[in-house]
Design a protein around this ligand. Structure first.
Ligand SMILES: N[C@@H](CCC(=O)N[C@@H](CS)C(=O)NCC(=O)O)C(=O)O
Length: 214
């Protein structure tokens, strides 16, 4: 059985949903702590960076979301990560866009919210970051104007991760612009029983659609 170290609603939620999609049993380890408190020494032994997701599969410990997602989808032969070179490259590009471009842009805002105490400076920085986030979602919206899911008719891991990230709007303190195509894709994804089960198990609400402007 897999073990997934997670924090409710974090990027680890995408791995949780994918494990459900793959019909895999998982032992869930919630490692969240109140803000400012250190993570448990037990978890820091598994990941000294203190970040989620971490997936344990027997002897194998994986600590990067992109590696975990591609490992699971390959191992279980899932169409959520295509095999053919060009289709796979396209799916990987969008997965990396979600994980290495969209995700860190939100992370900048969370960092600033935590670190900067001066309200005016904080406001200025967060406004600039939300402008960047809006531009990234506009790119996603344009792509979804051409295809049902980000890579075509087949849902891929990038759709799941983007849907998870969109729900972080509640931590920004400012509304994000989500276009109509993005909202349509998100509705499809959150209506999947695998997504609903993960939300219930992590005890979180999906608020991104209600909070979005545009
Ligand atoms: N590069 C890592 C980043 C993971 C990451 O930033 N995880 C966030 C949650 S979405 C986290 O654990 N944040 C808590 C922290 O950095 O202390 C990955 O893609 O897995």
């Amino acid at each position: 059985m897999y073990t997934l170290y997670y924090m409710p609603g974090a990027c680890s939620l995408a791995v949780h949903v994918l494990l459900n999609e793959l019909n895999q049993e998982v032992k869930l380890e919630n490692v969240s702590v109140p803000q400012g408190q250190p993570r448990s020494s037990e978890f820091l032994k598994v990941n000294p960076r203190g970040q989620v997701p971490v997936l344990v599969d027997d002897e194998l410990i994986l600590r990067e979301g992109g590696a975990i997602i591609s490992y699971l989808l390959d191992k279980h032969n899932s169409p959520m990560l295509p095999k053919l070179a060009q289709e796979r490259a396209n799916a990987m590009e969008w997965l990396m866009f979600a994980n290495a471009t969209m995700h860190p842009t939100y992370a900048k805002a969370f960092f600033i919210n935590r670190i900067i105490k001066d309200e005016a400076s904080k406001e200025e920085a967060i406004t600039a970051i939300v402008e960047q986030i809006d531009k990234l979602w506009a790119e996603v919206d344009e792509q979804l104007g051409k295809t049902k899911y980000i890579c075509g008719d087949q849902i891929t891991a990038a759709d799941i991760l983007l849907t998870v990230i969109a729900n972080w709007a509640s931590y920004l303190g400012k509304p994000v612009e989500l276009g109509g195509n993005v909202k349509r894709m998100i509705k499809e994804v959150i209506n999947r029983p695998t997504f609903q089960k993960a939300l219930t198990d992590e005890k979180i609400e999906y608020k991104a659609l209600a909070m979005a402007v545009k």
